[in-house]
Structures are given as structure tokens and as C-alpha cells.
Ligand binder design. Structure first.
Ligand SMILES: C[S@@+](CC[C@H](N)C(=O)[O-])C[C@H]1O[C@@H](n2cnc3c(N)ncnc32)[C@H](O)[C@@H]1O
Ligand code: SF4
Ligand code: SF4
Length: 370
């Protein structure tokens, strides 16, 4: 998105926010609690299984999204490809005109049959494959599975034939893998992927009701790693430019070092980054868990369940934690926030441009570069 479009969208969102009329732009749906992996940075295996939303419940959600005019869905998990009805879900949501993005951990290449590839190519707008390192041992270690790399490569290979759907490699930034990021550009080039995007590891629990996995904090980068990460980013960006692959590195630069620097503090990270912060993600998206529970975002619990309430009620509901965030008072979970960072920062600087003038200029520069 160009700088001008981004400014225009943010100004529109600002007006809507001030009037209390923010439109829900997308829903993140965790399709399942099940997963093939037990990654070092994820608590997914602690989730109780057997409570996933049924196909009919998800079809009903698609119907409601179409009625409410909500344009986008992101299917996450657990591992979405584990659902036997995954292709049916893609077909159904797509038939309702909903733009679909989804993600896989790359562990199930055999599910990517010619039929599956055709459906994905027809129905999915953006497909992300988690692939954290081009070094097999590193990747296997992070994903805690001795065949993760081999399976991941087979997945990239099968997906390379997709023509319509945008293909993205996504990597978690951890202490053990950050030096190897340029290798991911080579993989993207070899398997005809369009983008490589990075997200910093979070050492909070991925699911708010679970306790954080032991050892997660060791994955966080420390100040002595920052120069190495900067160099790795520069090399990765240079390699990507040469082969016309896009990355989100210019967008990460304004905040990622501060994010890692802050993680051991009690401070809300955002408050060191902009003078006045306002979260928009809790208002323009909602997150529906595998069992139908609603969350405000990936980290903060919400109220209600799609099994008991209509989507309209859930989106319009007002309750204390949501009002607290509307008033600019963040929660304990927000200390670990990293999802929607771009959206939240752009929104904040346009919401309070004079208070956030310096950050506004930094962000404008990063948008021009990306
Ligand atoms: C929760 S997973 C679900 C989809 C699928 N199982 C996968 O791993 O791609 C979604 C994304 O979140 C990333 N992720 C998981 N735990 C994380 C954490 N603690 N910090 C940052 N990213 C994390 C994963 O690497 C993946 O790219
Ligand atoms: S990050 Fe994805 S692959 Fe890893 S355990 Fe969590 S849900 Fe499974
Ligand atoms: S964790 Fe982030 S996205 Fe969620 S409510 Fe807090 S600031 Fe907003």
C-alpha cells in the first residue's frame, strides 16, 4: 500500500474511531486446536482437542460475514491443513465473496494434491508458509521436529506451481535463526514465492488462558544480537531487491529493536515508541478461537462465543476491557503485543499527529521504502 493510500485509510479510520463507528474489516479464525508440531515458541499442544467449530458452524459464520459486509478472513490455528474439510471451507467462504488468507506450518505436503492446489489457487488470496530458517538443523530445532525442514521444502515445492494466490514465507525472529535470514530469500526465489515476512518471537503465551511455555524467553534477542540482526536484515533486503521479492523489513525497522529491548521491562512497549498510542486492531478485527470464543485480538480475551451469539452482537458488544482499550488504557497482555503492530502504529500517529510528529516522519519514511 502506498503512503498516500495508507494516510487516507488511517484518516478515515480515525474519523470512524472518534465517532465510535469502526467497521470490522476482517476476522481471524483459528480453525483448529490440533497441530502436527510442538514448536518451542507455542503452547498449542496444551489446548484441549475435540472442541473445534464444526463445518456447518463455520459456514454459518461465512453467511454472517457476507451479511455484515466483512470482507476478509484469516484462517490460522493450530494447523489449518489438518482439518479434513479445509478445502470445503475455502470454497464456501470464497463463494460468499470473502477474501481468504491462510497459513500452514508446511508439515503436510501430501495434503497438497492437484485438487487441493487448484482449490487453493482459486480461493485463497494470500497463503503464508511458516519457514523460519534455510538451515535444516535450526528449523528442525525451532519446530521441534526432526523432519520439519524436509517436509517444509516439499510443501514449498508443491506450492510453487500456484499462479494466482500470493505466496509468502513467514519466519519468526529468534536468537537462533536471525543470522540466516538471507537464505530465506533464496528459498523464496527457488520456489517462486512473492514475499518474505518476519515477525519477532513473543515470550507471552500464544493463548491467554495458558501458561507460557518454559524456555520461550531464551528465544528473545538480547542487545548484543542487535547489530547482527541489523546486518542480517540489510543483507536480506539487498538479496530480496535483486530478485524482486518483497519483505516487511523496512516496516520492522522503526520498532523491532525496541521491542526486543523492552521485553524484560514492565513498561508497555508501545509507550516507548509513540508519545500517544491508540490500538485500532481491537476494533477493526476480531479473533474467533477454534471453539468459537471471541478474543479482542490474538492476545487479549474478549467476551462471547459465536456458538451462542450472532456475529453482529459480538462485534457490537461493549464491555470493560474493550472500553478500557478504547480509552487508551492497555492491558497486561498488551505488554507482549506484536501482532497488528504496523496497523496500530500508523493509526496512532495519524490519530495524534502533533503529539507523535517525530514518529510520524519515521513511519512515513519506512512506508516510502517498503
Ligand atoms: C500460531 S501459528 C498457526 C499456523 C501454523 N500452525 C503455523 O505454525 O504456521 C501462526 C504463526 O504464528 C507464529 N508464532 C507462533 N508462536 C509465536 C510466538 N510466540 N511469537 C511469534 N510468532 C509466533 C508461527 O510461526 C506462525 O507463523
Ligand atoms: S506455531 Fe503453528 S506449528 Fe508450531 S505448535 Fe503452534 S500452531 Fe503448531
Ligand atoms: S495486545 Fe495489541 S492488538 Fe491486542 S488489545 Fe493490546 S495493543 Fe491492541
Amino acid at each position: 500500500m502506498g503512503l498516500l493510500t495508507s494516510v487516507a485509510n488511517n484518516l478515515k479510520a480515525n474519523l470512524a474511531f472518534r465517532q465510535g463507528k469502526v467497521k470490522c474489516e476482517g476476522i481471524d479464525v483459528n480453525l483448529t486446536a490440533n497441530c502436527t508440531y510442538d514448536c518451542l515458541f507455542c503452547e498449542c499442544q496444551q489446548l484441549p482437542s475435540g472442541t473445534d467449530l464444526a463445518k456447518e458452524e463455520l459456514f454459518n459464520l461465512a453467511d454472517q460475514m457476507a451479511e455484515e459486509g466483512i470482507p476478509c478472513v484469516f484462517f490460522g490455528g493450530g494447523e489449518p491443513l489438518m482439518r479434513p474439510d479445509f478445502l470445503e471451507l475455502l470454497r464456501y467462504f470464497s463463494s460468499k465473496g470473502i477474501r481468504i488468507s491462510t497459513i500452514t506450518n508446511g508439515s503436510l505436503p501430501n495434503k497438497l494434491t492437484p485438487e487441493a492446489l487448484t482449490v487453493i489457487d482459486q480461493c485463497v488470496d494470500t497463503l503464508l508458509v511458516s519457514f523460519d530458517s534455510a538451515v535444516p538443523e535450526q528449523y528442525n530445532e525451532l519446530r521441534n521436529h526432526k523432519k520439519a525442514f524436509e517436509l517444509g521444502i516439499a510443501t514449498l515445492d508443491r506450492l510453487s506451481s500456484l499462479e494466482n494466490c500470493k505466496k509468502v514465507i513467514t519466519a519468526v525472529i529468534c536468537r537462533s535463526n536471525y543470522q540466516e535470514f538471507p537464505g530465506l530469500v533464496d528459498l523464496a526465489k527457488r520456489y517462486r514465492f512473492d514475499n518474505v515476512v518476519f515477525q519477532p518471537v513473543s515470550d507471552g503465551p500464544n493463548y491467554p488462558e495458558l501458561s507460557v511455555k518454559v524456555g520461550k524467553t531464551d528465544l528473545m534477542l538480547r542487545p548484543e544480537d542487535f547489530q547482527g540482526l541489523k546486518e542480517s536484515f540489510e543483507q536480506t533486503e539487498a538479496a530480496a531487491k535483486k530478485c524482486n521479492i518483497r519483505t516487511n523489513i523496512p516496516r520492522l525497522f522503526p520498532w523491532v529493536f525496541r521491542y526486543f529491548d523492552n521485553h524484560a521491562n514492565d513498561r508497555i512497549f508501545y509507550h516507548g515508541l509513540v508519545n500517544v498510542f491508540q490500538c485500532i486492531v481491537a476494533f477493526n478485527r476480531i479473533c474467533i478461537r477454534h471453539n468459537g470464543d471471541v478474543q479482542l485480538c490474538a492476545l487479549v480475551p474478549g467476551r462471547g462465543n459465536i456458538r451462542q451469539s450472532s456475529l453482529r452482537e459480538l462485534i457490537g458488544a461493549r464491555y470493560p476491557v474493550k472500553e478500557q482499550i478504547r480509552e487508551g488504557n492497555l492491558t497486561e497482555q498488551c505488554r507482549k503485543c506484536f501482532c497488528g503492530m504496523d496497523a496500530n502504529l500508523s493509526f496512532s500517529v495519524t490519530y495524534r499527529p502533533f503529539s507523535n510528529l517525530r514518529q510520524l516522519l519515521i513511519l512515513a519514511k519506512s512506508r516510502l521504502l517498503s
